[in-house]
Design a protein around this ligand. Structure first.
Ligand SMILES: [Zn+2]
Ligand SMILES: [Zn+2]
Length: 880
């Protein structure tokens, strides 16, 4: 029975994508075997924020590893790609607090318990948005193992890690500067602060040296903080201050003796070059103070009022009132040297626009150095490899200069710190579960720490907690360490480094072997995509317009390691055209297949068959090689050109006469090649390949689990490739002569080829059907020499000289001369017109430089064209 397999006329991605997405998941094709004796490949998904919406950065960061995992799965690896989402404390707070604000509420008004209830309701309702968008990308994730960084298992694991680190002395409490809004009475995270340029004043103040007539001057925008100064700092290389180094100054108004210290971080060209240091009220000074062991004197409290430490005169004043008073006092006493206008950026509360105040308070820290040591070693010794490798340098720079990690956040949504304070004796207890009474004084009035952990604390545990840690699960034994982590360069420190440290510490091994660092997705002019620029390309919109496969292929084709991606919609339109090309070619192939079973007989193989098999073997090797090295762009480029320019443009055309002649071997090679191509392309374009593949006779359950082709060296045939190259050159040569001389493609012509050797002659005669079919030739003649008396259109085809005899009806010399004359006249006119413009001084004066440059280029182009036309005309005249 002839079972004609007919694909729809045009490819419509949407229904196909929906069908296979569901099928793959329903059939459990992304779920690995556990336990298993097969070789293993595993990854964990960088968990997107629950508040997130899919953007191009995600599309890139999720598509590339999906290509790898699909390829490995097809190669027979037992693969796991584990998904999930991050609870994203700050982002969720922003969402919930904004909705509260609309109702005239604040989180303090509703209280912790009610707030968390609202947040969970929100998460349950909207947290799946990003997950569904992720599924649209065709990512082959094992959804049966989906995790959330705030789920029960995570909470336990986080407490476990916290308690262990605390018991080992690697977690401690210390004073730290946080940003606080004195009006709202809350601490703000960095992203909750709006920075605004403000017109302000810069005040220069004299600080007299102790027991000396000399003084050192400092500049500040916040004179009221001088009451809390505990040092003056200068740059060690600043010669203006060499004499002051190590001396003591007497702080005006306060009369505190403070040292003059040196620090590389002092900017010599700011103000006077000497700066006042207020560790309790400025983040830079805070760091400086820690390093130089300076006292922290708190002169402003949490509500923006001056404290007792500010002195009798100022205590209780609002910070801005205090500023005025300090200034007038300084002026009165002759310490204020000058006041200048000054513009600078000032942080404001995003909610009430009050100027934020740096505020010293108790925070929790991880002592990081002992953890960093191992994490540096594993990268140095190559156990973990960065791709591209230069990112390892960035990693080392951070790791060698690492500071202790402040892990407490003044938020509610997150992992609440498992520490309890005894109200009676202030004793602190850190434990997995709430203690019943104080272990020191036996009192029962205990309160839990209000703060939650930094979101990165839990995501640092992601690679092993998702696999069931601290239980010794089969998943952990089978899939940890993972093979690959694909992420952005901006979180190498926040996330990658911390996963390495925590993985080594708690799962006792590296979390992943390779770290692939993605570039940034920019627009086609290489600008950053942003709302304000209006140049954001939305991946979901692109999927609707061009299909997921086109989007995925674009990501792969543009992914050059170490380079940013310059994205344009045209590129995606181009790969949709590629999908359509594959569809149409497959449609033809499927309709041409008469058999149900295929067997290529060695002795029946044509040159075209041997050639395509050889090329396919080559491409297969190159593709596997490129993916081994994460050269996505290279892999994409190779498969694209092979499919379009070798399979579609040549092989399908070459095989047509053989199919017509009923050559079963060619039919088999055609079917086998399409099957092979679909497998190679599947990791990049999973949907269209699966759809077409299911139409092929003898296809299996799904391409997802079909085998990925390996290079078959037996199919390599250098001779066939060389011979095919000659034939292709001959065909291209004829097509060029036709085009140059306006011979219609449908016009059958005669072709003469000059050959020197017998084997060349045999090659042409054995394969003349190919040339005849593809170049529409009536008759081919091979000659040693072209006869002089005959009028010929000559050309070169690779190493051969070819010619087309001018015959009646083939080529009208007079008509061609007329056409050339006309074209030549027009081009001459054009050149004159543009040259006139270039002589116009007005134009040269006012036109933009690039326009003038382009105009000059245009003239040159036209002159080249003109020369060609003249040459053709001369040739025609010689023939008439
Ligand atoms: Zn505020
Ligand atoms: Zn106690």
């Amino acid at each position: 029975m002839k079972n004609k397999r007919i694909l729809e006329k045009a490819y419509d991605p949407t229904p196909v994508e929906e069908k296979w997405s569901t099928y793959w998941i329903d059939e459990g094709l992304f779920i690995p075997e556990v336990p298993s004796s097969k070789k293993v490949f595993s990854m964990v998904l960088p968990p997107p924020n629950v508040t997130g919406s899919l953007h191009m950065g995600h599309a890139l960061c999720f598509t590339l590893p999906d290509i790898i995992v699909r390829w490995r799965r097809m190669q027979g690896y037992n693969t796991l790609w584990l998904p999930g989402t991050d609870h994203a404390s700050i982002a969720v707070h922003n969402v919930i607090e904004q909705s509260l604000e609309e109702k005239g509420l604040t989180r303090e008004k509703v209280g912790r318990e009610e707030f968390l209830k609202i947040a969970w309701d929100w998460k349950n309702k909207y947290g799946g948005v990003i997950i569904n968008q992720l599924k649209k990308l065709g990512t082959s994730l094992d959804w049966s193992r989906e995790r959330f960084t705030l789920d029960k298992g995570f909470s336990r694991a986080v407490r476990h890690v916290f308690v262990d680190l605390y018991d080992e002395g690697l977690i401690y409490r210390d004073y730290y500067l946080v940003n606080r809004c004195p009006h709202c009475g809350t601490v703000l995270s960095d992203i909750e602060i709006e920075h605004k340029e403000k017109q302000a004043k810069l005040y220069t103040i004299k600080y007299p040296l102790l027991n000396s007539k000399e003084s050192i001057t400092v500049a500040t925008t916040r004179p009221e903080t001088m009451l809390g100064d505990t040092a003056v700092a200068v740059h060690p290389d600043d010669e203006r201050f060499t004499q002051f180094q190590g001396k003591t100054v007497l702080l005006p108004l306060v009369n505190r003796e403070i040292p003059v210290i040196t620090d590389e971080r002092v900017e010599m060209d700011f103000g006077t070059g000497a700066v006042k240091v207020t560790p309790a009220h400025d983040p830079v000074d805070f760091e400086l103070g820690k390093q130089h062991n300076l006292e922290q004197v708190i002169v402003i409290d949490g509500s923006g009022k001056m404290t007792e430490e500010a002195g009798e005169e100022f205590k209780g004043l609002d910070r801005f009132e205090c500023r005025e008073k300090v200034l007038s006092k300084l002026e009165e006493m002759g310490f204020l040297e000058k006041t200048e206008d000054y513009q600078h950026s000032v942080g404001h509360c995003y909610r009430c626009q009050t100027v934020i105040e740096p505020y010293l308070s108790w925070q929790w820290f991880v002592r990081i150095e002992p953890l960093a040591k191992e994490a540096i070693r594993v990268v140095e010794e190559g156990e973990i490899e960065f791709i591209p490798p230069n990112w390892a340098k960035t990693y080392f720079e951070w790791m060698y200069n690492i500071h202790d990690w402040c892990i407490s956040r003044q938020l509610w949504w997150g992992h609440r710190i498992p520490a309890w304070y005894c109200k009676e004796c202030d004793h602190i207890m850190v434990a997995m579960e709430a203690p019943q009474k104080c272990e020191k004084c036996q009192g029962s009035a205990l309160v839990q720490e209000e703060d939650v952990l930094d979101t990165w604390f839990s995501s640092a545990l992601w690679p092993f907690v998702t696999m069931g840690w601290p239980e010794e699960t089969d998943d952990l034994k089978t899939f940890y360490p993972t093979d690959l982590m694909s992420t952005g360069f901006d979180i190498i420190f926040f996330w990658v480094a911390r996963m390495i440290m925590m993985g080594l510490k708690f799962a006792r091994d590296i979390p992943f072997r390779h770290v692939y660092i993605n570039g940034l997705v920019r627009d086609f002019k290489r600008r950053k995509m942003s709302k304000s620029e209006g140049n954001i390309i939305d991946p979901l919109e692109m999927i609707d317009k061009y299909g997921t496969d086109a989007l995925r292929f674009t990501m792969a084709a543009l992914a050059i390691p170490g380079a940013d991606i310059s994205l344009s919609e045209e590129r995606m339109a181009g790969y949709r055209a590629f999908a359509n090309k594959i569809w149409n070619a497959s449609r033809f192939v499927l309709m041409s297949l008469e058999s149900e079973e295929f067997q290529a007989k060695e002795e029946e193989l044509t040159l075209a068959d041997r050639w395509i098999r050889s090329r396919l073997a080559e491409i297969t090797a190159e593709l596997n090689d490129a993916l081994e090295q994460y050269k996505f762009y290279d892999a994409a480029d190779k498969i694209y050109h092979f499919i379009w320019h070798e399979f579609c443009d040549w092989y399908i055309e070459l095989v047509k006469p053989d199919l017509k002649a009923g050559n079963k071997t060619s039919e088999a090679v055609l079917a086998e090649t399409l099957d092979h191509i679909l497998r190679l392309l599947h990791p990049f374009m999973p949907y269209i390949t699966e759809e077409i593949w299911k139409y092929l006779p003898l296809s299996g359950k799904s391409l997802v689990t079909a085998s990925f082709p390996q290079e078959d060296k037996n199919l390599k045939d250098k001779k066939a490739e060389k011979e095919m190259k000659y034939l292709q050159e001959a065909i291209i040569g004829v097509r060029t002569i036709r085009a140059e001389n306006r011979i219609p493609p449908k016009q059958k012509i005669e072709l003469w080829i000059k050959v020197k050797k017998d084997e060349e002659k045999r090659l042409i005669l054995d394969n003349q059907t190919y040339i005849q079919t593809l170049a529409n030739i009536r008759r081919i003649e091979t000659l040693d020499q072209f006869p002089d008396e005959k009028k010929l259109l000559k050309g070169v085809a690779g190493s051969w000289e070819i010619a087309i005899p001018i015959e009646e009806g083939v080529f009208n010399l007079k008509q061609e001369k007329q056409r050339l004359d006309k074209e030549l006249a027009k081009i001459t006119q054009d050149i004159e017109r543009i040259e006139k413009r270039l002589q116009n001084t007005d134009f040269l004066k006012h036109a933009p430089k690039n326009v003038i440059q382009e105009t000059k280029g245009r003239v040159q182009e036209l002159q080249v064209k003109k020369a060609k036309l003249e040459e053709s005309l001369e040739h025609i005249l010689s023939l008439i």
